[in-house]
Design a protein around this ligand. Structure first.
Ligand SMILES: [Zn+2]
Ligand SMILES: [Zn+2]
Length: 288
């Protein structure tokens, strides 16, 4: 039953993630290029871009980690943190927004990140956590002599997702449109969709090459090969689930038949075989 209790933590981030149980979280910083790093702690993977003009960070994990995250970032460069870009609105990616927002960092994200943070009763009062620059389709940031491309992908993991692409560094941050080596969580209740998710993954595949380093929302640093494997896993589930639905099978029946039993390597704490079947079942049924 633990799974049920933990589930909302992933979906909404969590106010109950106290300072105390965050003190033990190890922060790991991995260099990708001279100018880019990936920071893993708890919650979504953070991307860090440093240079002469300043710093961009992508996502902010949970509030109790903010000061330690900031310290890790400033170890890489003493330039100011100019921008915090959110890949989407979930609390495990925006929990630190208020800290950075209140210290003068400009928060940039899709329109629906601002909308959802301001409409959720848990986050509505933290106006310093809201993005102050928002966009509908995308925006570019010109900093450190480079152009950083931020592009919205429609109704994928949520309705607020963006990719952040650094062409000159050949690094792509995909947010939760990529759970590397794990089944995805697709937030159907917040505008995510089965079709949109897979389309977004395919769009990312068009963008990357063999040398691209891909920062997934969760899981280890990835390559194009990892993303191809992920895309193929999604296609297999998609095809089998559509077939099962066409045959009029019930959710229980599909679970009992262990329809994705051969894909159990992708299981993890929050999304196991039954959960991914449920997601596809609900998502695909909603299309009818
Ligand atoms: Zn996440
Ligand atoms: Zn998420």
């Amino acid at each position: 039953m633990k799974k049920l209790l933990l589930w909302p933590l992933l979906a909404f981030g969590c106010a109950a993630q106290s300072q105390q149980n965050m003190n033990d979280v190890a922060l790991t910083v991995t260099p990708l290029t001279e100018h880019m790093h990936m920071l893993e702690g708890r919650g979504g993977n953070i991307g860090i871009f440093t240079g002469e003009d300043g710093i961009i960070i992508i996502d902010s994990q949970f509030a109790p980690l903010s000061e330690r995250i900031q310290a890790e970032v400033q170890k890489l460069s003493d330039a100011p943190i100019n921008y915090l870009v959110n890949t989407h609105f979930h609390g495990d990616h925006t929990g630190g927004n208020a800290h950075f927002g209140s210290t003068g960092v400009t928060i940039v994200a899709h329109d629906n990140v601002r909308k959802r943070l301001s409409e959720n009763e848990k986050t509505a009062s933290r106006t310093d956590a809201f993005p102050t620059i928002t966009y509908e389709q995308g925006v570019q940031l010109h900093i450190n002599g480079q152009s950083v491309i931020i592009m919205h992908v429609h109704n994928a993991h949520t309705d607020s997702d963006s990719f952040i692409y650094f062409p000159e560094e050949n690094v792509l941050h995909m947010g939760d449109v990529f759970f590397n080596k794990r089944f995805p969580y697709i937030d159907l209740k917040s505008g995510g969709s089965i079709d949109g998710y897979q389309e977004a993954v395919k769009a990312a595949l068009m963008l990357v090459n063999e040398e691209t380093q891909i920062i997934p929302g969760h899981g280890p640093l990835a390559s194009k090969a990892d993303l191809i494997a992920y895309s193929e896993m999604l296609s297999v589930i998609d095809e089998r689930m559509r077939q099962a639905l066409q045959e009029g099978k019930s959710l229980d029946q599909i679970k009992k038949e262990k329809l994705v039993g051969d894909l159990s390597d992708w299981n993890w704490g929050f999304i196991n075989e039954d959960k991914i079947i449920e997601t596809f079942y609900n998502g695909l049924s909603a299309n009818d």
